[in-house]
Design a protein around this ligand. Structure first.
Ligand SMILES: Nc1ncnc2c1ncn2[C@@H]1O[C@H](COP(=O)(O)OP(=O)(O)OP(=O)(O)O)[C@@H](O)[C@H]1O
Ligand SMILES: [Mg+2]
Length: 263
């Protein structure tokens, strides 16, 4: 099933899935939206970028996707600079908050779209579409128009569409934010299940601390465009690097200053 790899990669064994070096995005507003961010993400891992509104999460994700070019610094995906290939050839699947599905097309047509863009063998498309609709538990819904599906079902179509060409990297920018809590929690676990099943490296953006702690292999906490901490969920929770991380995660028992007897 490796046909979806868009290029013969020379990434080789051991290349990190994503490497960001000193990545800065300055929109000229006086303060960079993303400020000297460096991190490394190994293949097959599920990373969450967690931070409050305006902390630079979407800006960082858009640069990883290759939509925007950093003012400074470099991003490598699969061992290659992210802008080495044109967008439709990049091996990156994306699901955003606004799903950008084609509402008048059927679920199956939506999922087939990236395969057509990538000139997959037409004979194989229907079977592959069915396989990925199965994966997101939408078997039997292929002929349904997207605007006749529920919100959660539409999310699943978007996931299938992002994954059907087997990207090296899956980017999720708060795709669940519009859903009610119960459905959101179900879908969070779905993402995790599918990610495990396919082994695709995933970067998930959220400002939901609970989601981050439940679904991630590792978490990057951002504030003011800067990485405050990168760690596994348990380490983050047990040993927050600073008062921002502790406060944002709701670790309520951190102590500050020096205890003074009788104070
Ligand atoms: N095109 C732009 N031009 C100027 N400033 C921008 C632009 N895009 C984003 N910003 C600013 O950059 C900062 C980071 O924005 P970004 O969208 O990355 O935040 P975020 O962490 O995704 O927030 P949210 O959780 O609200 O989605 C904000 O201060 C925002 O106003
Ligand atoms: Mg955002």
């Amino acid at each position: 099933m490796a046909a979806g790899r868009s290029q013969g990669q020379d990434s080789g064994e051991g290349a990190a899935a994503v490497v960001a070096r000193d990545v800065t995005m300055d929109f000229g507003t006086g303060k960079p939206a993303v400020d000297a961010v460096s991190f490394r993400l190994e293949q097959g891992r599920f990373l969450t970028i967690l931070g409050p509104s305006g902390s630079g999460k979407t800006t960082l994700l858009r640069m990883i996707a290759g939509f925007d070019r950093p003012t400074r610094g470099q991003i490598m995906v699969g061992g290659k600079p992210v802008d080495a290939a044109p967008p439709h050839r990049r091996s990156v699947g994306m699901v955003f908050q606004k799903l950008a599905l084609f509402p008048h097309m059927t679920a199956a047509e939506n999922v087939a779209f990236p395969l057509k863009m990538r000139r997959f063998n037409p004979a194989g498309i229907a079977g592959r579409v069915r396989q990925f609709l199965d994966l997101v538990k939408l078997d039997g819904y292929g002929d349904r128009r997207v605007n006749a599906l529920s919100g959660g079902q539409q999310q699943r179509v978007a996931i299938a569409r992002a994954l059907v060409f087997e990207p090296e990297l899956l980017l999720l920018d708060e795709p669940l934010a519009a859903l009610d809590r119960k459905l959101r929690e179900e879908m969070q676990l779905e993402f995790r299940r599918i990610q495990h099943e396919l082994g695709v490296t995933t970067i998930n953006v959220t400002h939901d601390q609970r989601e981050a702690l439940v679904v991630s292999d590792e978490i990057i906490v951002m504030d003011g465009g800067r990485i405050q901490q990168q760690a596994r969920p348990v380490a983050l929770y047990r040993e927050p690097a600073n008062t921002f991380v502790a406060g944002f995660l709701g670790v309520s028992t951190f102590l500050q200053g020096v205890a003074a007897e009788g104070a």
